[in-house]
Design a protein around this ligand. Structure first.
Ligand SMILES: Cc1cc2nc3c(=O)[nH]c(=O)nc-3n(C[C@H](O)[C@H](O)[C@H](O)COP(=O)(O)OP(=O)(O)OC[C@H]3O[C@@H](n4cnc5c(N)ncnc54)[C@H](O)[C@@H]3O)c2cc1C
Ligand SMILES: NC(=O)c1ccc[n+]([C@@H]2O[C@H](COP(=O)([O-])OP(=O)(O)OC[C@H]3O[C@@H](n4cnc5c(N)ncnc54)[C@H](O)[C@@H]3O)[C@@H](O)[C@H]2O)c1
Ligand code: SF4
Ligand code: FES
Length: 806
């Protein structure tokens, strides 16, 4: 130990403080004798990645940033599990709760934040907690083994990531949010609602605009009561309603706080030689809660302490990305419309992409991206650099990420532009590493530079930098779209792998095809379940645990926790006795609302879970699959049976199509319609498959969509007979089943493959017959799920919690 070294003490072994020390060691390795205190009993770890630990994508040991050896090799004295309880700013010493006193020449406070706990009655009950540390994460994972229902209070970034984690742990989860739009601090209403829909699809239940009043239960929590008098059940409640700077130590030591520790542009507090960095610090009225700004503070602090010339820290423009697999959300800068701002918006409801860029005085000041976040880092760069966009074509500001437009953007970035905000990695560092270490993939860049190690939001830019640095030799495949974060394989590679290697169940696929997460995630598990069933319909045993909640329950869960029941009514054609039975059932089970659906079916809404199976039994009708990635409905007009314009038997054909394809699993939901003449009363033009009677035959339209983005179907083929309608429909739907990506509607699939190609396939006699044969096999094994539930004690008990049959 060198005697002349100055003594530096860091209080808080978290992300901001240790990052500043890491920088300092690079700039002035021999200047300080360093001591670090940390309350948590761990070396420095990446708090961001706790969300991945909770969701099962990482293990605790994977998220350590600096292992104990790092401290040792840098001669740092580390006191873990010790909280500094006193600072003597006169004597320049700190003392821990274990009685250790260390003197300092320079002191850095990096004590982070405390989660805010709403001070409501019952908040101290067992099973009520925050989510901030490895310990919290462990408690949540342990609880999931014993308990079934969690409530997360707070629909911000943390709350949503926690909720997703609970789903992965097999718990049911409600997210309680105070206003009616989630992540309202990061998203505008449109993006928020798109996000909510995507998360509901994954199984999260939202209770919006709800004010929590009291946590109920004896010793342990059993539920949460709201101001409106309603109660939601819970075995575990996580509060994720924001954070407060942890300033207890600073305050008691006479360091000025309001509410965070007040610092100037060099992170100095009002007390000489005492600095603050990270979430505990308050700079120009802002206390940040994300790592990128904390690392920017740390870089200035490190230079200042190393005696290296540095400009001041002038504040940060922040951006966020939600780390939930299957949804891409990005928000940065000032994203809300305000007086004097204008916005460029792309809202492609067809692909579920929403992009908004807010502009003021010819400069981009904020952005919200949903569904495709590849533009995020580039837009942030433009916001930071206050790029003048007056000379730019407005359409080029938001690029189509698949067009290569974004790739050209990195060429214009300066070397010190930050590419990975989470880990503070610049363009220069990444490009040098690519050249010097001969890196060729995003994964290699991650391992070498840490860029893309955390939220993953910068992956597209890292990929662009590889293309930019390596030119033609860059293997674009390395950046191909994998089906989820558990694998680098694309949809086609996974399906080919299953076929070639004869894989038969989920775990085998994940094991043999080298999944990085042996449990899989919410994105790949349902997809694999579909692909395996599509490839081997006769032998594959469907894994219902890999299905989303509605498909598992065979009923649509509603926002109040009840279910809706839609029985199958073929072609929308019914009769008085069936209608009477439906009416009687509705009365018997006190169904509050009965409604006609857009697909000409009857929807019984507000059904209690425990009534579902008894109701299905009383109805004695098959499931209408209103919840599934399957054939939903075949809408029909009355056709030539009654209509004087009709030239074809729309009802007859519709009923036949529905009877043939009911229960068929498809990559996404499928809706059909049959119209008796080109007046098209059944709206055949906007269905996944639309049939229209024309003079002398029938036209089949493919890839229509009447949902979020209306798309008129393309004419697939014109046929003469009703038998041909069935044959071509079978071939078309089977080709979609075999080549569609899980979750991809026919409209998107058709857009990807092209109508010419699809037409060519179904018109080829040999191919069509082979497709029809495979379709027949798939259809031959389908059974009615409602009937199964009625007849099986196990299903009734496990899923619907009803008393067993004798
Ligand atoms: C689950 C989760 C996911 C997140 N995801 C993201 C994300 O995707 N992107 C993002 O940018 N940010 C994310 N964040 C926020 C990010 O983790 C924080 O902004 C960051 O960790 C703050 O760093 P810090 O060093 O200021 O505080 P911390 O990391 O909290 O470190 C402070 C440390 O100081 C210790 N300490 C406090 N007082 C004392 C004392 N008196 N003596 C000794 N030790 C003390 C604490 O125990 C703690 O270990 C996430 C946070 C959580 C909880
Ligand atoms: N992906 C990421 O970047 C990420 C992930 C997790 C956490 N974090 C950070 O961690 C910190 C904590 O996250 P957070 O989500 O708790 O904070 P937050 O402040 O971002 O969000 C809290 C949310 O809780 C809501 N809320 C407040 N009071 C409520 C109440 N009584 N009932 C219901 N809802 C209520 C608010 O409206 C707000 O949307 C933040 O700084 C966040 O940026 C970031
Ligand atoms: S589509 Fe033609 S046949 Fe059918 S109801 Fe309308 S007008 Fe009549
Ligand atoms: S920006 Fe989050 S990992 Fe790079």
């Amino acid at each position: 130990m060198t005697v002349n070294k100055e003594k530096l003490v860091l209080v808080g072994n978290g992300m901001a403080g240790v990052n500043a020390v890491e920088h300092l060691l690079k700039l002035a390795p021999d200047r300080y004798e360093i001591t670090i205190f940390g309350t948590e009993p761990h070396p420095n770890y990446n708090r961001i990645l706790l969300s991945y630990v909770l969701s099962g994508d990482s293990k605790v040991e994977d998220i350590v940033i600096h292992p104990y050896e790092w401290y040792k090799s840098n001669n740092i004295t580390l006191y873990t599990g010790q909280t500094v309880t006193n600072i003597d700013t006169e004597a320049q010493t700190v003392t821990s709760d274990k009685g250790v006193t260390v003197s300092y020449d320079k002191l850095i406070l990096a004590t982070g934040s405390n989660p805010f706990i709403i001070p409501m009655p019952g908040a101290d009950k067992e099973g009520v907690m925050a989510y901030r540390t490895i310990r919290d994460c462990e408690i949540m994972m342990e609880s999931a083994k014993k308990y079934k229902k969690a409530i997360v209070i707070g629909g911000g970034l943390l709350g949503l990531e926690a909720a997703r984690g609970f789903l992965n742990l097999g718990m049911k989860v409600d997210v309680v949010h105070i206003v009616d739009t989630i992540m309202e601090r990061q998203l505008d209403r449109t993006a928020s609602k798109m996000l909510q829909a995507a998360l509901e699809e994954q199984g999260i239940n939202f209770l919006l605009a709800k004010q929590s009043e009291e946590i109920i239960g004896d010793k342990r929590v059993t539920g949460l009561k709201f101001k409106d008098g309603t109660i939601a059940e819970a075995d575990l409640i996580v509060m994720a309603v924001g954070i407060r700077p942890n300033v207890q130590l600073a305050k008691s030591s006479g360091i000025e706080c309001n509410p965070g520790i007040l610092v100037n542009d060099y992170l100095q507090t009002n007390i000489p030689n005492v600095y603050a960095v990270g979430e505990c610090a308050m700079h120009r009225g802002v206390a940040y809660g994300l790592v990128a700004p904390l690392y920017e503070q740390g870089a200035v602090l490190a230079k200042h302490l190393a005696g290296v010339e540095t400009g001041p820290y002038e504040g940060s423009i922040v951006y966020t990305k939600l780390k939930v697999s299957g949804v891409d959300v990005f928000s940065g800068g000032k994203f809300m419309d305000a007086e004097g701002t204008k916005a460029i918006r792309i809202h492609d409801e067809f692909t579920g992409v929403y992009k908004k860029v807010v502009i003021q005085d010819n400069k981009i000041i904020g952005a919200v991206l949903f569904g495709d976040t590849a533009d995020g880092t580039r837009l942030m760069q433009m916001i930071r650099e206050e790029t003048d966009i007056s000379g730019m074509a407005k359409t080029s500001i938001l690029t189509d990420s698949s067009s290569g437009g974004a790739a050209s953007g990195v060429a214009d970035m300066k070397d010190d532009a930050i590419i990975c905000g989470c880990n503070g990695v610049t363009k220069g560092t990444i490009c040098s590493a690519i050249k010097e270490q001969s890196l060729t993939t995003v994964e290699e860049v991650k391992n070498c530079t840490t860029a893309s190690r955390s939220c993953g939001g910068c992956k597209p830019l890292v990929s662009d930098l590889l293309a930019f640095t390596l030119g033609a030799s860059y293997d674009k495949n390395a950046a191909k779209e994998s089906i989820c974060g558990c694998t680098t394989l694309s949809r086609d590679e996974v399906v080919d792998g299953i076929r070639e290697k004869g894989l038969t169940h989920l775990r085998e696929v994940m094991h043999v095809l080298g999944w990085t997460n042996e449990e899989g995630c919410s994105k790949c598990r349902p997809a694999l379940n579909y692909y395996l069933g599509m490839i081997a319909p006769e032998t594959y045993k469907d894994d219902s645990t890999s299905r989303f909640v509605n498909e598992r329950m065979h009923a649509n869960i509603q926002k109040d926790g009840t279910y809706s029941v839609v029985p199958r009514i073929y072609g929308g054609v019914t009769n008085p006795s069936e209608l009477k039975r439906i009416a009687e059932v509705a009365e018997k089970f006190n169904v509050p609302t009965v409604k006609f659906t857009g697909g000409q079916r009857l929807d019984l809404l507000g059904v209690k879970k425990e009534d579902l199976t008894a109701m299905w039994e009383a109805l004695d009708m098959p499931s209408g699959y209103a919840y599934g990635k399957a054939l939903r409905t075949v809408k029909t007009c009355v056709g030539d049976t009654f209509c004087r314009f009709g030239t074809g038997d729309a009802m007859g054909v519709g009923i036949e199509l529905e009877k043939r394809f009911e229960r068929l699993n498809t990559p996404a939901k499928v809706k059909l319609a049959v119209s008796g003449c080109p007046r098209n009363c059944a709206e055949s033009g906007i269905k996944d498959l639309g049939v229209v009677s024309v003079d002398g035959g029938w036209e089949l339209y493919a890839g229509g969509n009447g949902g979020v983005k209306v798309r008129v179907g393309d004419l697939l083929v014109t046929v003469k007979t009703e038998a041909e309608i069935i044959e071509y429909s079978e071939a078309y739907l089977q080709y979609y089943r075999e080549t569609g990506k899980y979750g991809e509607r026919t409209s998107e699939w058709l857009h990807r493959l092209g109508i010419d190609h699809i037409r060519e396939v179904v018109k080829d006699d040999e191919k069509r017959q082979a497709l029809c044969a495979r379709m027949e096999t798939a259809l031959s094994v389908l059974t009615d799920p409602w009937k199964q539930a009625i007849e099986s004690n196990k299903i009734r008990r496990d899923l619907y919690e009803v008393v067993e049959l004798k």
